[in-house]
Write a protein that binds this ligand. Structure first.
Ligand code: COA
Length: 301
């Protein structure tokens, strides 16, 4: 495939998750399978172009491509991301994975309308499936981040190995402002990375921080002009792809193994709280206010 040409993920028969495929074998699997068939038909007619994947020279690049909604992420996009990670992990021709957005925006985080109408509850919801696939991804991950990186747009970076930021990058984890709590083990990893008091600014006050501050705390490796960030991530990915994959995988595993189980446990605990809080009045007020383009009123909550 030519450079810069991107192949949309079309789920086709691969759309059903492994869990859903297992359901077919449950006693009531017939009913569930019919429901899944309906979903399969719907999604087959709806090509997933909001997430693009492209593999070249050992590097699989995953691009957020929903610019009209600032690359906010829907459940269908999380499913596509999780599938892309699973595929890249087992694909012998993929040695490195790159995440990128646009030079004006990385991601506005979870799609708030989607959360309002279809809040994830179970641990196998696409968002949590994506986070587990990301945290457990065995090969190196490089990210290029420009513009806003909100919520999961920031927290997913804790699970990337090398991060390059445009000087317009603005990181934020406004979970409290949305009546929610942190996800992606960020309640643990933010504190470890920044120290408790700076983490409190980021997580309790929900204050954004810019690229230079992210460089200072070690969330990003380098800050460059926005027009150069994606290209720099590709250059670094190419350098990694030229190294022995077995050494990369083993080194990453050793670097992560000290707290891999703790991170997973924190992620699962957060997911249970997050799923509950999505349905509570504070989040409903925050989401309703965002949709109505007004300030939320938490005075009674
Ligand atoms: N979910 C759903 N839609 C979103 C969205 C989100 N997280 N973020 C942006 N959008 C939509 C806006 O509603 C708007 O849609 P419209 O054109 O139909 O009105 C469009 O994307 C453009 O957003 P806008 O706010 O006008 O862009 P901006 O450049 O002024 O600001 C952001 C960009 C990212 C700073 C701002 O959109 C924002 O704060 N978004 C919410 C982030 C958030 O709270 N995410 C949840 C984290 S858990």
């Amino acid at each position: 495939m030519a450079r810069n040409q991107v192949a949309p993920i079309v789920h086709g028969t691969q759309w059903l998750s492994p869990v859903e495929r297992k359901w077919r074998h449950l006693p009531n699997g017939g009913v569930r399978f019919r429901v899944n068939l309906l979903r399969l038909c719907f999604f087959s007619l709806t090509p997933m172009t909001d997430i693009l994947t492209h593999r070249e020279n050992g590097v699989t690049t995953v691009t957020f491509n929903r610019l009209d909604k600032k690359n906010s992420i829907t459940a269908a996009m999380y499913a596509a991301l999780a599938d892309a990670l699973d595929a890249a992990a087992s694909d012998a021709a993929t040695r490195v994975l790159v995440f990128q957005g646009h030079e004006t925006v990385f991601s506005a985080g979870n799609d708030i309308a989607d959360f309002l109408n279809n809040p994830p509850a179970e641990q196998d919801a696409p968002v949590f499936r994506f986070l587990r696939a990301l945290a457990g991804f065995p090969k190196p991950i490089v990210a290029a981040v420009c513009g806003p990186a909100v919520g999961i747009g920031t927290t997913m970076l804790f699970h990337c190995d090398l991060v390059y930021a445009g000087d317009n990058a603005a990181f934020s984890m406004p979970f409290v402002n949305l009546g929610l709590c942190p996800e992606a083990a960020s309640s643990l990893l933010t504190t470890q990375m920044m120290g408790y008091h700076r983490a409190a600014e980021a997580l309790l006050l929900g204050e954004p921080f810019m690229a230079e501050a992210a460089l200072e705390v070690g969330l990003v490796n380098r800050v460059v002009p926005p027009s150069e960030a994606n290209a720099l991530a590709q250059q670094v990915a190419a350098r990694l792809a030229a190294k022995p994959l077995s050494s990369l995988i083993e080194t990453k595993r050793l670097m992560k193994q000290g707290q891999a189980a703790t991170v997973l446990a924190q992620m699962n605990t957060e997911a249970a709280s997050f799923g509950r809080m999505l349905r509570e009045p504070a989040a409903r007020e925050a989401f309703g206010a965002f949709m109505a383009k007004r300030k939320p009123d938490f005075s009674a909550l």
